[in-house]
Design a protein around this ligand. Structure first.
Ligand code: ACO
Length: 325
């Protein structure tokens, strides 16, 4: 049976120039390099420059993805940009990216699912392609979380960083089996009852302010491992695959301890886990595409490999996808 598949045609990433080490944070906060490394695996993070916006990083990542796909912007039918830190309340940052890429056709919108945003955006683009409404899609995750942190709160501010990553998905043909190239399955979940565990205490409607991130870290940690494992099981069983079939596990980069615990729970060997949390910290919707691009550029992810992605974020939202590269 011939089916439409969303094949990864290109990938790109962008990180701001400025590196902020744990030692630098320890000069402003009651924390230490040792505590942050031990509890999170984070050594450093990138922070956007004054005047450098989510759209700037998204555009840089998108341009690299388009170059690697050998496409120009007007070949794109749809931009889906995942972010919880848009340039402005409206219009969607995706439309700023569209204009600055020189794209004069198609559609562009943002998806808001916080740290799960990239998995959500990928699922949306995949479905547009599968129903025949788009041939080429840009899926972007881009964040300036540094702008919504309480820099005096050591329990949250040490965990996050800024950055962007993008994939080009293009319609291709498959046989409908798990040997096909492209997105094989996506699974999305949310449960709004968990609002108070992870949220931003402001917004245009409630406070007319942006607000800052608030989190019950211990409870988020506990729920993250359980929920991400459930999402992974959903993807694997939908394709009749097991953890042993996965070439690369590219999880949301929240905390090395969460990555390790999730990989252990689902049975993926540590050598198959792509981790960038030491150098990027948690870049929310950008974390998965940044990690994917790292593993493509260093030669780990190759065409034909089976790649598992997952994420969880505020809401809670969570999800997973299996992609044959
Ligand atoms: N430096 C030094 N001490 C700190 C710091 C810090 N930066 N932050 C907290 N502490 C202290 C606490 O105050 C506490 O002190 P106390 O015992 O005197 O009260 C002690 O360290 C232990 O704090 P815990 O919160 O119990 O530490 P824990 O081991 O749970 O680690 C952390 C905290 C890193 C936040 C962890 O719970 C975590 O990673 N949670 C997941 C959060 C997350 O990833 N959120 C992102 C969005 S959701 C997602 O991406 C999955």
């Amino acid at each position: 049976m011939s089916v439409i598949r969303s094949v990864v045609a290109g990938a790109g990433a962008y990180l701001p120039a400025r590196t902020v080490t744990n030692q630098e944070l320890a000069t402003q906060l009651d924390t230490s390099d040792e505590w942050i490394r031990e509890r999170t695996g984070i050594h450093e993070r990138r922070i956007a420059a004054d005047g450098e916006y989510t759209s700037d990083m998204a555009i840089a990542a998108a341009q690299e993805a388009l170059r690697s796909a050998n496409l120009n912007a007007n070949a794109i039918d749809l931009i889906v940009l995942a972010t919880a830190t848009p340039d402005e309340t409206f219009p969607a940052t995706a439309t700023t990216v569209q204009a600055r890429l020189g794209m004069t056709r198609g559609a562009a919108f943002d998806v808001q699912a916080v740290c799960s945003g990239f998995v959500y955006a990928l699922a949306v683009a995949d479905n547009f392609i599968k129903v025949g409404q788009a041939k080429n899609c840009l899926v972007i995750g881009a964040e300036t979380f540094s702008r919504i942190l309480d820099w005096s709160d050591r329990t949250t501010s040490v965990l996050f960083g800024d950055g962007a990553g993008a994939l080009v998905l293009s319609a291709g043909r498959g046989e409908g089996t798990q040997a096909d190239r492209g997105v094989l399955t996506t699974h999305l979940f949310s449960d709004g009852r968990h609002h108070d565990l992870l949220y931003v205490d402001g917004g245009p409607s409630k406070t007319r302010t942006t607000g800052v991130l608030r989190m019950e870290g211990k409870e988020v940690f506990r729920q993250a491992v359980t929920k991400m494992s459930e999402a992974i099981d959903a993807s694997l069983s939908a394709c009749g695959l097991t953890a042993q079939d996965i070439d690369w596990f590219v999880p949301h980069q929240a905390n090395q301890r969460i990555l390790d615990a999730t990989a252990r729970k689902v049975g993926v060997h540590p050598s198959r886990v792509v981790s960038t949390v030491a150098h990027h910290a948690n870049t929310s919707a950008a974390s998965v595409p940044l990690a994917l691009v790292t593993a493509i550029k260093d030669g780990r992810i190759k065409p034909g490999h089976l790649v598992l992605i997952e994420a969880m974020g505020g809401g809670f939202t969570w999800g997973s996808a299996l992609i044959r590269w």
